[in-house]
Design a protein around this ligand. Structure first.
Ligand SMILES: [Ca+2]
Ligand SMILES: [Ca+2]
Ligand SMILES: [Ca+2]
Ligand SMILES: [Ca+2]
Length: 404
């Protein structure tokens, strides 16, 4: 399949290049941190002791409007979750790819499924947490519906799904954003959690306190909330599967696929990713195809909201989002000019399930169907992509910067 191959190869190359740039920038910011911190960590001053707080570390030259916008976005998350952790995020403006408004990279860690299961079990603070943990495998491994692997019994790289229940490395490993690991008590280190970059190529409305976004401008605070949401752990490893299937083998230069045991990139949110087919097999759905995938905290029995299914093999949007343009929440993959983004009950349930503690500690807030009516949709105009960029992993890396 020459066309997909070319596209994926291009993505991989570009991503790898960006990754290198990011690492250099982060080193620079680390040097600047002491200077930059003094005037900016706005959220800590207004949040109670037991609260989620943010340090936003701006690149030199970042406007005060942008810093204030990030502070407002951080304060929004701080008002919703009470985990007593501090999240460090480097922010800047730069020239991004065509049609990309903003992007986030997260520092990621690998943990055993057992460690994560125990952490989720110890972190139950809501009825939804109870339901979510009860839905998880309580053995050392979990099963997944999978495709596009080298060892697919239907053929190398086949799109046909199969049940991966062999219990090897990918069935017992999770890849978690550093911030998500902090929420679960699995990481306490004070290093940078994420890097968020906004495009210099668009017009921004930095003030949403008037309840509207200026025509022709984009909702800066809402998009900052979205990107912070990726950093907090709203991601799917299905995007890794997409970029890796196929990939160009670095030694031979030939198109290739990975065996399932090499794909150790299941994210916390993926533990609640289902399809009808996977539910019937008591497995999560970690496939790259266009079938409906949805967020469920009861083993797939109840669909809370649909996910996007992948930019290459799915519906054209990265799997680390809700389904596009369905009014599902802040993690919608695209936004139109003039559109005001909102955090919804769907979002809150997702972050609750992956380890964050809801400030309202309740699930009795508006149903998703009611929330949809509050959205402002634009029926025309360019839909710009909130792109989740994915790193190209060397498979042995324990912790790296991953674009999300
Ligand atoms: Ca396996
Ligand atoms: Ca959209
Ligand atoms: Ca929770
Ligand atoms: Ca927590």
């Amino acid at each position: 399949m020459p066309i997909p191959l070319n596209i994926i190869g291009g993505n991989l190359y570009v991503t790898a290049t960006i990754m290198k740039t990011y690492i250099v920038k982060i080193k620079q910011f680390a040097v600047m941190t002491g200077i930059a911190l003094s005037g900016i960590c706005g959220s800590s001053a207004v949040t109670p002791a037991n609260a989620l707080s943010f340090n936003f570390i701006p690149a030199s030259g970042t406007s005060q409007a942008a810093i204030d916008g990030f502070t407002a976005a951080g304060n929004r998350w701080s008002s919703l979750f009470t985990d007593n952790v501090n999240i460090n995020i480097n922010i800047n403006f730069s020239a991004l790819g065509s049609g990309i408004l903003a992007q986030a990279s997260s520092n990621r860690l690998k943990f055993s499924y057992t460690d994560v299961y125990n952490a989720l079990n110890n972190d139950i603070t809501s009825a939804d947490d109870n339901t979510a943990v009860a839905s998880l495998s309580n053995s050392a491994t979990f099963n997944l519906l999978l495709n596009r692997t080298k060892n697919n019994p239907n053929g190398i790289g086949s799109a046909t799904t199969y049940l991966d229940n062999d219990g090897d490395t990918n069935n017992q490993t999770l890849s978690i954003s550093n911030a998500n690991a902090k929420a679960l008590g699995l990481a306490t280190i004070g290093t940078t959690d994420a890097f968020i970059s906004f495009s210099t190529g668009f017009t921004w409305d930095f003030d949403r306190t008037d309840g509207a976004i200026t025509a022709g401008s984009y909702d800066f605070v809402g998009i900052a909330e979205h990107e912070i949401g990726h950093a907090l752990g709203f991601t799917s490893g299905v995007d890794d599967l997409e970029y890796d299937s196929p990939h160009i083998d670095s030694h031979t230069g030939v198109s290739s696929y990975f065996n399932d045991d090499q794909l150790t990139f299941v994210n916390t949110l993926d533990l609640f990713r289902y399809s009808t087919e996977s539910k019937n097999l008591s497995a999560i759905d970690w496939t790259a195809d266009t079938r409906d995938k949805y967020f469920s905290i009861d083993g797939g029995a109840t669909k809370i909201a649909a996910f996007s299914t992948g930019s290459t093999w799915g519906d054209g949007r990265q799997a680390s989002h809700w389904q596009d343009n369905a009014g599902l929440g802040i993690m919608d993959p695209t936004i139109a000019p003039g559109e005001l983004l909102q955090i919804t009950e769907n979002d809150l349930q997702a972050f609750d399930a992956i380890g964050w503690n809801r400030a309202d500690n309740s699930t009795a807030v508006p149903e998703p169907s009611n929330v949809i009516g509050t959205f402002i949709f634009t029926a025309f105009g360019a839909k710009m992509v909130l792109k989740r960029r994915q790193k190209l992993l060397t498979l042995t890396e324990k912790a790296t910067f991953e674009d999300v």
